[in-house]
Design a protein. Structure first.
Length: 280
């Protein structure tokens, strides 16, 4: 396992929107075999459509260096469910990787160097981190103030948090709030063949740019990057459904309109140490 000693931090790596070339590279590595045989990645490749997952994976890959002390919040069984090879690569690249999740599925995660089963608000390590990631976690948070305070406290000055989540006003997010939780797994099973143990209650309390900016900005952080990511995966299990979504996506882009189903990703950098604003 990588050493736990914290080296003298240098400046954080640049963080920029993933280029088309980077997204193409991630996609081709991720689907190297499937591109030969599976209709879904072949169709997305023809449209040059890259999902929010690929954008998030590219951003995290930018942020992880050999000196990075990385905390993944809510990692569960997988850091990148559709890209285990990248998870393995980045876990080996970084100096240290800790996973924190209250669910027992974290015990199945093969990549994190240390597994902590519990809430991030209860996590009390001695170390501080260069990078904290939240992949599809923010929509489940019921106490955003306490959660973000703890995240910022766990960042070293200059460290960054990357928050990737659903957009509050996307149709799927609105539906998730309207439909009783007991029906969520049945819907997810039909649309995405998901397992019941990967379905959790949603709160969707911090899922807009303004809310994230307020939560992090009031705690000595600045927004370094924010992206709205078109999500054409609702009907992606079905060939006709995917073709319809991608065709609509292309049409809307042509006329300068945003696709209605969105994810968001924000990158927030801790600029100072403050015992008042972060509890550090």
């Amino acid at each position: 396992m990588p050493s736990q000693s914290q080296s003298k931090p240098g400046p954080p790596p640049a963080i920029t929107p993933p280029s088309l070339a980077t997204l193409e590279q991630i996609f081709q590595v991720k689907y190297a075999e499937a591109l030969k045989t599976a209709w879904s990645p072949r169709m997305r490749w023809r449209f040059r459509y890259f999902s929010p997952e690929e954008h998030y994976e590219a951003l995290v890959a930018q942020a992880v260096t050999p000196n990075t002390h990385w905390l993944d919040v809510g990692c569960g069984r997988f850091m990148f469910p559709s890209n285990p090879s990248l998870a393995q690569t980045l876990a080996q690249r970084c100096r240290r990787l800790v996973g924190v999740d209250p669910d027992a599925t974290i015990q199945e995660n093969p990549y994190v160097h240390e597994k902590v089963q519990g809430l991030i608000t209860d996590y009390q390590p001695q170390e501080r981190f260069d990078l904290i990631t939240l992949r599809m976690v923010a929509e489940h948070v019921t106490d955003p103030e306490a959660t973000v305070s703890r995240i910022v406290d766990l960042l070293r000055p200059g460290g960054r948090a990357i928050v990737y989540t659903v957009f509050k006003w996307s149709p799927a997010a609105v539906l998730a709030r309207a439909v009783p939780f007991g029906a969520h797994h049945a819907i997810k099973r039909v649309l995405w063949s998901s397992e019941e143990k990967d379905t959790f209650p949603v709160a969707i309390l911090m899922n807009t740019r303004a809310t994230l900016d307020r939560l992090f900005g009031s705690r000595a952080c600045v927004e370094r990057l924010f992206l709205y990511l078109d999500d054409c995966r609702v009907l992606g299990r079905f060939r006709l459904g995917m073709a319809s979504e991608l065709s609509l996506w292309r049409l809307l882009r042509t006329v300068g309109l945003r696709y209605p189903e969105l994810c968001i990703v924000g990158v927030y950098e801790k600029t100072v140490t403050s015992d008042v604003r972060t509890g550090a």
